[in-house]
Ligand binder design. Structure first.
Ligand SMILES: C[S@@+](CC[C@H](N)C(=O)[O-])C[C@H]1O[C@@H](n2cnc3c(N)ncnc32)[C@H](O)[C@@H]1O
Length: 238
């Protein structure tokens, strides 16, 4: 841990993610539109259901399609904040938001979800798609603790991610093997997101499981659990 509270693992995750997402930032919008779009749309329309006037944070926004969609849904009285570690993704998202004429409604920063530069209790909701599963079992509790800190007590978290709790077991094993063997190419793996959320002070209120080429995708909506206010950060692997 350095004097800013950064661990070596956190710095290494950030450096690796910045490098690889910078490299694919120009084509990432096309890639994600062809693979993840339907899951993201279902998560937003059926679980998160943003209301006019809400203030929503999206960490790990990639090419920025969701920033635009959320900004349209919260209307002119709402506001969207986005934070992503990759300056390439930040540049792409800024262009996309400008093309949509939504700069006044969307604030974009380069930075890490492991050290969110926002005040406590600022957001009505946090939306995060295909990003939580990039973090190791050691870092997931730190990411969720940051999200919990910036959510209002009445806030909600919506996550879309590859699931270790559903889907085809062989596909999941193959994905995990690829992640262990080629971590720079396959930078994520299916995770037990519902269990992680429950252990870190969230209460799941809705869950849908969909299929992506045999892999399960979890769509989760969770409230801040008021009874978990003093819960310690869990360290045991799931
Ligand atoms: C797999 S992409 C998902 C992008 C988008 N949410 C989607 O569903 O298409 C993961 C995103 O998380 C970002 N990222 C990785 N590590 C991060 C960190 N520590 N803090 C913030 N963003 C991070 C990457 O730069 C990338 O844009």
């Amino acid at each position: 841990m350095d004097q800013d509270g950064h661990s070596g693992e956190q710095e290494s995750q950030e450096a690796t993610a910045r490098r690889s997402y910078n490299a694919m930032s120009r084509v990432y919008g096309l890639l994600s539109d062809s693979s993840e779009k339907r899951f993201v749309r279902t998560a937003i329309e059926e679980l998160l259901r943003p209301s006019a006037g809400e203030h929503i944070l999206e960490p790990g926004f990639g090419a920025g399609q969701v920033l635009v969609a959320l900004a349209e849904l919260v209307g002119e009285d709402g506001h969207i904040d986005g934070i992503d570690i990759s300056d390439g993704m930040v540049a792409q998202a800024r262009k996309r938001v400008a093309r949509a004429g939504l700069e006044q409604r969307v604030s974009i920063r380069q930075g890490s979800v492991t050290a969110l530069p926002y005040k406590a209790r600022s957001f009505d909701a946090v939306f995060m798609s295909f990003t939580l599963e990039l973090f190791s079992d050691e870092l997931i509790p730190a990411v969720l603790a940051q999200i919990r800190r910036v959510l209002k007590p009445t806030g909600r978290l919506c996550v879309a991610c590859m699931s270790a709790e559903s889907g085809n077991a062989t596909m999941e094993k193959l994905y995990r093997w690829s992640h262990r063997r080629f971590p720079h190419f396959v930078d994520c793996r299916p995770i037990a997101a519902a269990t992680w959320l429950t252990r870190t002070g969230f209460e799941i209120t809705q869950r849908r499981t969909l299929d992506m080429w045999g892999l399960g995708v979890d769509l989760l909506l969770a409230d801040v659990d008021p009874n978990a206010a003093h819960q310690e950060t869990p360290t045991a692997a799931i």
